[in-house]
Design a protein around this ligand. Structure first.
Ligand code: GH3
Ligand code: MG
Length: 462
């Protein structure tokens, strides 16, 4: 029972610690998972934007391939294209790089060569798709990005480029879909200028000036502290461009989404409470069990004692006699009985009353108990009769002990004397025989005048 009581709280503690470790490691892997998910969202949204630009390039190619096939490109043709695509600016280049047409009128002189040739146009002239960084449109004062494609004209490879306002593109919608809720999304060009953002006011500014932490961590998945909050930053290059899509996501939002961890903690706390309550219940049961055991022991002890004198009683004597008999038979250890009876005790009661008689009996009991050797036991056999069980008394030892006890009583203030009958165990004596023999010796002591010790052995021998 005690083992269970001691083990349960330890088991409860173990469960809590293991559970907490499991949760913490689970929490850590949750965080890893969340970070990787942010990175995945960044790259998939970047791919989405890339394919949007690719679509735009294909639509331009198909328009240009069909409509810009004349020797020259008339101003109304490029205006029609610009209107159809919703461009702020548009330009068609001849195979040798000269401007074939431009929109709005006069934005680039027809027949001139752009110097320097913008990188994205140069890329298109080599046969690919060119996507520009952000630039101010010459006429309308808005920020534009341009997509340029090569197509086959009558005299060779021409280039058609259209520039559209960053504010008028669905790019920000794609970018916003990268994050489920709170957090910031930036689409920045190769120079770090924000093309579009979930914070509209930040479009047109430089990432580095807005958020140095973000700018520093561009290009890799990282975690940092932004304004006192842990954030996960993930950056991904938009395919076919040198643009970057950057997600800045506060960890608390992402982690709170699971919600599972609180449930786990709650379950763990519940389990700990149940285990603790069980431990307490078992402890109480055990405590009451211990109290019961103690009460039983006390009851048992009481049943072996005489309440008036506190000495062992007849029941204990009979048990001890059996035990001593066994030991004698087994190891040859001798023992003897001295039966003591108060002389003329009836007269004490008659003269001083029953209560005074009780006090005398109690005093005689104390004298006998004090005078008995260690290992010897004193019993109240009944009435005014006491028995001393003497262990290994040796030759004449029992008689001498009995005589000493007798003289102790005589010399005391009890005002009474005792007569004692002594009998020592023999090889074929049982406890009944021994009691009978001591009683016979006692009777002899009484008959011979009281206040004396008589031995059963002498009785027989005469
Ligand atoms: P003897 O010397 O022959 O032993 O004479 P006695 O008076 O002691 O013997 P007897 O057997 O005639 O009387 C014993 C008395 O002891 C009778 C009984 O009332 C009294 N007695 C027995 N038990 C108790 C007890 O517990 N308390 C008191 N006060 N008296 C007791
Ligand atoms: Mg008596």
């Amino acid at each position: 029972m005690n083992v269970v009581v001691a083990t349960l709280p330890v088991a409860a503690l173990l469960v809590v610690v293991t559970g907490a470790m499991w949760l913490v490691s689970g929490h850590a892997s949750d965080q890893r998972f969340v970070r990787e998910r942010v990175a995945l969202r960044a790259s998939s949204s970047a791919a989405f934007i890339g394919s949007y630009l690719q679509d735009a390039a294909e639509r331009q190619w198909s328009w240009a391939s069909g409509r810009f096939q004349g020797q020259t490109v008339p101003p109304e043709d490029i205006e029609a294209a610009a209107t159809s695509f919703g461009y702020q600016t548009a330009v068609v280049l001849e195979p040798d790089g000269r401007v074939a047409a431009s929109w709005p009128p006069g934005s680039a002189a027809v027949g001139s060569v752009l110097d320097p040739m913008p990188t994205y146009l140069a890329a298109a002239r080599r046969g690919g798709v060119g996507v520009s960084d952000v630039a101010a449109s010459t006429s309308q004062g808005v920020r534009v990005i341009s997509v340029a494609v090569a197509f086959d004209g009558p005299g060779g490879r021409r280039v058609f480029s259209g520039g559209f306002s960053t504010g008028a593109t669905p790019l920000i919608a794609y970018a916003r879909s990268a994050l489920p809720s709170e957090g910031d999304v930036y689409l920045a060009d190769s120079k770090g200028e924000v093309i579009t953002s979930t914070r509209p006011a930040r479009a047109g500014t430089m990432l580095a000036s807005l958020d140095p932490a973000v700018a520093r961590h561009l290009g890799r998945l990282t975690e940092t502290v932004d304004g006192g909050r842990h954030v996960t930053i993930a950056a991904s290059t938009v395919p076919g461009t040198r643009w970057k899509l950057v997600l800045v996501s506060p960890d608390h939002v992402l982690l709170a989404k699971t919600g599972v961890e609180w449930l786990s903690w709650a379950l763990l706390a519940g389990l700990a409470v149940v285990l603790g309550a069980t431990a307490e219940l078992v402890r109480r049961l055990s405590a009451s069990r211990i109290a019961l055991d103690r009460a039983n022991e006390q009851l048992d002890e009481t049943s072996r004692r005489d309440p008036m004198t506190g000495l062992f009683n007849r029941r204990q004597l009979l048990e001890d006699l059996t035990e001593a008999g066994h030991r004698h038979a087994r190891d040859g250890v001798s023992f003897a009985l001295a039966v003591c009876d108060v002389d003329y005790f009836k007269a004490v009661n008659d003269r001083h009353g029953h209560q005074a008689g009780d006090a005398v009996l109690t005093q005689v009991g104390q004298i006998l108990a004090a005078g008995a050797r260690d290992g010897d036991r004193v019993y109240r056999y009944g009435g005014e009769e006491f028995v001393v069980l003497l262990h290994a008394p040796g030759v004449d030892g029992a008689y001498q002990a009995a005589e000493r006890l007798r003289s102790d009583v005589e010399a005391s203030s009890a005002g009474v004397t005792i007569s004692v009958g002594v009998a020592t165990v023999t090889d074929n004596s049982d406890s009944d025989w021994l009691l009978g023999a001591a009683d016979a010796a006692l009777y002899n002591a009484k008959r011979q005048g009281r206040n004396q010790v008589s031995r059963f052995a002498e009785l027989i021998l005469g």
